[in-house]
Design a protein around this ligand. Structure first.
Ligand SMILES: Nc1ncnc2c1ncn2[C@@H]1O[C@H](COP(=O)(O)OP(=O)(O)OP(=O)(O)O)[C@@H](O)[C@H]1O
Length: 265
């Protein structure tokens, strides 16, 4: 696929941040187009999570810009980004284990608000009304991720793969234009990973852009339309999976890392 920067939904331009003297991310640029699955890969400590945190408003970048649908959204807070169409999931699951699956999905409708998730947990009347209003939508989301029959179960009793899908369901509540997934297959077995693969592909096919950080290289090679490779905070390569996996700089970066087999697929 030819990449047309005019069609970019997300545009990352010269992004950088330092922690003390360490340039954790330095001058990284790339674009994500609607319906694309773009993966950010790199050895441990390459800067993937830090890059994600800058794009999703958790860290304020030291340098560079983030544009969403052409608008400068650099460093704006996550709930404001959610209002503008950017949702994300986290490496460590952010599921409320003692709430039901349905209640967890409902909280997705409040991600664009600053305080009400806490109010929901406290059971305030107005929040209960809002929760009822978003119940129907949440059930549809659960059906989309294959969890409709688990709606009334306590989330803490779900398998790990189901929890990951629940987190994706919640991130889809606000109809994002782009979904950022931080290690969606981490901790999943092969069957669960395949289910997540299919779900991500379905979401992308519906027109949502996907930006992914993932260590499971087989999964990355299978589902990505475009890959961005970081090493020591810098972009060392980008392109289609087949091209990137043959790139000598990419192979060298992984060979220099602790898991030399990581780039093979
Ligand atoms: N809050 C922080 N304060 C200081 N240093 C940090 C901070 N966050 C990350 N770093 C450093 O920045 C570099 C990039 O870290 P980051 O977690 O982004 O890498 P990564 O590619 O996501 O790694 P992994 O694959 O292990 O999750 C590392 O050297 C890390 O130690």
């Amino acid at each position: 696929m030819t990449r047309d920067s005019n069609r970019a939904l997300l545009s990352v331009e010269g992004l950088g941040i330092s922690f003390g003297g360490l340039k954790a991310v330095h001058d990284v640029s790339f674009t994500v187009q609607p319906g694309e699955i773009v993966s950010v890969i790199g050895p441990n400590g390459a800067g993937k999570t830090t890059l994600f945190n800058m794009i999703s408003g958790i860290y304020q970048p030291g340098l560079g810009k983030v544009r969403l649908a052409g608008e400068d959204v650099t460093g704006i807070e996550p709930h404001l980004l959610a209002q503008r169409g950017m949702s994300r999931t986290f490496q460590n699951l952010q599921i409320f284990q003692s709430m039901t699956v349905l209640e967890n999905a409902v909280t997705g409708y409040h991600l664009a608000e600053r305080g009400p998730v806490l109010a929901d947990l406290l059971g305030l009347a107005s929040s209960r009304r809002r929760a009822r209003a978003s119940d129907e939508g949440a059930r549809k989301l659960l059906a989309r991720v294959g969890l409709e029959r688990a709606a009334e179960r306590e989330a803490g009793n779900l398998s790990y793969g189901s929890l990951k899908r629940l987190e994706i369901a919640r991130a889809l509540a606000l109809n994002p234009k782009i979904l950022l997934l931080d290690e969606p297959a981490a901790g999943c077995n092969a069957v669960e990973t395949e289910e997540i693969d299919l779900l991500i592909a379905e979401v992308a096919a519906s027109g949502v852009a996907i930006l992914l950080v993932e260590h499971d290289m087989k999964m990355v090679m299978r589902i990505s339309s475009h890959i961005v490779v970081l090493d020591h905070g810098e972009k060392i390569a980008e392109g289609e999976p087949a091209t990137v996996s043959q790139n000598p700089a990419v192979i060298a970066a992984y060979l220099g890392a602790e898991e030399p087999e990581a780039v093979t697929c």
